[in-house]
Design a protein around this ligand. Structure first.
Ligand code: IMP
Length: 407
């Protein structure tokens, strides 16, 4: 019986997956990313060290696991090398980092196309991270993408770059060649790597990127990223069957944020939204953009529970709510008389039903068991658990590795 457990975000990304994965990673032999690219920003705080990972899985600061960047990802070589260098400078053994030969390469022309398509959209811009993620996945689906396996064949690489980037192809090739000796030693046959590990009884933690509501098929399309961020994406992104998966753990912030444009029914446009942004340091890890902030949305959460088949959940950043007098959960959506679900999130005239809770002033940073939470915080957590309808594994109460309260 293999042990592959998925940990993924069930909101719009930035749920604090990095710190959760970091704290569970010591129990696993491999931590694997299955999708997205360096549009992700996973922040880890260990002692005085704070680092933002973009493509390397969040288990990298634990000594035990190998780190695997799966075939469903798209990776820019310059950013990857910068991240490897940053980790090596911290004393991390980067030879533990493996990249699937099926992953696709993001080139400078993808970033240029990302910027041009955002400009062309004008006021309807998606607010992408500008990293070329969408155009790289477009090329993959159009069957003109360049994989990490292709980087081993310079003749093929040159021909593909010329055909993809025209006259600029030679310059892209010239910029790419010096990077290859740094990258190729990390490239492995991704399918054999994962399956041999599973067959040997290794424990694999599969780490999501972005969040469920940014999934290209089931998120708030077109205001989404270009990959499948949901649990099914872990199977396609790593080349494993659904039967390999044991647990699917959903990570949800105790409130909601979104960076970039698109529907966000529970968004707060008032001083409470500003207070959440300041208390939660809600500014993009990759782009520095202020995140839009709002109440926990139980309608969105139930939608995400279904899409992912969650077996349990982790709540993050509960400490950020300390000091608020009242806290709401959006418990329902209505259009006129009709109760509607998350599919109506973008409908004009959507009305929200809220359930209100008393806040708390206590500092939660010393709490290590959910049972030790102050009463109002415990009531709020119990309501989140009821909204999700799955057992809670833990509640995180701060950015530090140790700030996690277990059930
Ligand atoms: P892209 O992934 O750069 O194409 O951006 C598409 C949308 O996904 C934009 O709204 C981004 O802000 C959002 N997005 C992409 N990656 C992340 C992430 O890691 N956290 C939060 N939002 C993200």
């Amino acid at each position: 019986m293999s042990t592959a457990d998925i940990f993924l975000g069930i909101q719009w990304g930035d749920e604090g997956k990095g710190r959760v994965v970091d704290s569970y990673a010591a129990d696993y032999d491999i931590v694997a990313r299955f999708g997205g690219g360096d549009n992700a920003g996973h922040t880890l705080v260990v002692g005085a060290q704070k680092l933002a990972l973009r493509i390397v899985p969040s288990g990298v600061l634990q000594e035990r696991p190998q780190l695997f960047i799966g075939g469903g990802t798209v990776i820019g070589l310059g950013g990857l090398i910068a991240e490897l260098d940053m980790l090596a400078a911290l004393g991390v053994d980067t030879s533990r980092i493996k990249i699937s030969d099926r992953a696709h390469v993001v080139f400078s022309y993808h970033a240029a196309r990302d910027a041009a398509s955002e400009t062309a959209r004008g006021a309807a811009a998606l607010g992408t991270t500008g990293r070329g993620i969408g155009p790289a996945y477009t090329d993959k689906a159009a069957r003109v993408g360049i994989t990490f396996a292709d980087l081993r064949d310079l003749g093929l690489l040159a021909a593909r770059l010329r055909s993809n980037a025209g006259d600029a192809g030679d310059a892209v090739l010239a910029a790419t060649l010096p990077l290859l000796p740094r990258v190729l030693p990390h490239v492995v046959d991704g399918v054999s790597y994962v399956h041999e590990a599973l067959e040997a009884g290794k424990r694999v933690l599969i780490e999501g990127a972005q969040g469920t509501l940014l999934d290209v098929g089931y998120g708030t399309y077109p205001f989404v990223t270009s990959s499948h961020t949901i649990a099914g994406g872990a199977c396609t992104g790593l080349g494993i069957g659904p039967t390999a998966i044991r647990r699917v753990v959903g990570i949800a912030k105790a409130y909601c944020t979104r960076v970039g444009a698109g529907p966000f029914p529970s968004e707060l446009h008032d001083a409470t939204g500003d207070a959440l942004r300041t208390a939660g340091a809600e500014f993009g890890t990759v782009t520095g953009r202020p995140r839009r902030c709002g109440w926990f949305d139980a309608v969105a959460a139930r939608y995400a529970v279904r899409l992912n088949g969650l077996t349990s959940a982790v709540i993050t950043k509960l400490d950020v709510l300390s000091g608020l007098e009242k806290i709401a959960i959006v418990s329902g959506y209505r259009l006129g008389e009709r109760e509607v679900g998350f599919e109506a999130a973008a409908q004009p005239g959507l009305q929200l039903e809220c359930q209100w809770f008393d806040g708390w002033d206590d500092d939660l940073s010393a709490v290590r068991k959910i049972a030790d939470l102050p009463k109002p915080a415990a009531r709020y957590v119990a309501a989140l658990q009821r909204a999700l309808g799955v057992p809670l594994d833990a509640v995180s109460l701060g950015p530090e590795r140790s700030s996690i309260a277990l059930v």
